[in-house]
Design a binder for this molecule. Structure first.
Ligand SMILES: [Zn+2]
Length: 317
């Protein structure tokens, strides 16, 4: 019997889902949720077993972050039993995904982690959740309402030189994407210019992408605000995210919170009933390390986010 197991990354703020098929009743072959981040380790050198900490949690994720931000992360090392990254003179510890400042390592349980996940290529199937998983999802949403999750912002703030609103604004660069102005963090803006270059070529032959862009009224980039329903700063508050705003949504939701009160099974809403972006356009963004929020369980189909570390974690096959 083949049974579908849903391995869910459930947390507020737009998290990806992965639904995997596994042989029913055979626990040996059932994938664990943690496999997504702690799967088989690609070799770092000819003898990875000789690297201290190679099997420890955070090995791959800290390596991806160090590769993604070479101008900011000066050093990566296995220290005091955990992987750590150095920015200027400060060390940040993996701390079960929380990336905690050295002096606050022991407080990691008070925070939610940075999100690392297997970002799929192409359009993943819309999830069909079993009753048990739906119940877990509802419980989690209720718990989050009571006690909104909060990320420890120290690492991202230091990485992006954006501890305050003023500092975050000082990192912004104004760029245009297909004629639409938007302000992004300088590191993301640089990549958006490459997206713009590729889209200008794509629209010459792709009518669907051309019509999509004709239906856009403006772009949203930097907003100083938390993720709705959480106490974590949105990636928009770092200037790493942008939203396509449509002239007319055609009555379709683009954000899970648009319909969650109307449709209790909002996560099963078929793609054709959601406001969508063309796959060819999404792929151009992905080529330059922006993920699309339309692939999250907590879907946000207007949202693109600069996450180079996720592409380094999941290299194109
Ligand atoms: Zn957004």
């Amino acid at each position: 019997m083949i049974k579908v197991l849903a391995a869910l990354f459930i947390a507020a703020g737009g998290i990806l889902y992965s639904v995997r098929a596994a042989a029913g009743g055979n626990r040996e072959t059932a994938p664990a949720a943690s496999e997504a981040v702690n799967g088989e380790l690609p070799p770092e050198s000819f003898a990875p077993e000789l690297i201290p900490g190679a099997g420890a949690p955070g090995f791959r994720e800290t390596r991806a972050l160090a590769e993604a931000y070479p101008g900011r992360i000066a050093e990566r090392s296995f220290r005091d039993g955990d992987w750590a990254l150095r920015i200027d003179d400060s060390w940040y510890f993996w701390a079960n995904g929380r990336m905690m400042p050295e002096a606050e390592r022991s407080r990691w349980k008070e925070f939610t982690g940075l999100r690392f996940y297997n970002y799929p290529r192409g359009l993943p199937p819309v999830p069909q959740l079993d009753e048990q998983t739906k119940a877990r999802l509802r419980d989690r949403l209720a718990a989050d309402r009571e006690n909104p999750p909060a990320r420890n912002e120290a690492f991202l703030s230091h990485l992006l030189e954006a501890p305050t609103r003023e500092a975050a604004e000082s990192q912004l660069v104004r760029v245009t994407l297909m004629g639409f102005p938007v302000r992004l963090h300088k590191l993301a803006a640089e990549k958006l210019e490459l997206v713009d270059r590729d889209l200008k070529i794509l629209v010459q032959t792709d009518g669907e992408v051309r019509r999509f862009l004709e239906g856009i009224s403006h772009l949203g980039g930097f907003y100083w605000r938390p993720i709705a329903g959480t106490a974590s700063r949105s990636y928009h508050g770092y200037g790493l995210a942008l939203d396509f705003m449509a002239k007319d949504w055609g009555g379709k939701p683009y954000y899970w919170r648009n319909i969650m009160t109307r449709d209790k099974n909002w996560f099963e809403l078929p793609y054709e009933k959601r406001w969508m972006a063309p796959l060819a356009l999404i792929e151009v963004f992905e080529k330059h390390s922006f993920i699309w929020g339309g692939k999250w369980l907590y879907f946000d189909t207007v949202h693109f986010e600069y996450r180079p570390e996720l592409f380094l974690l999941n290299p194109r096959a």
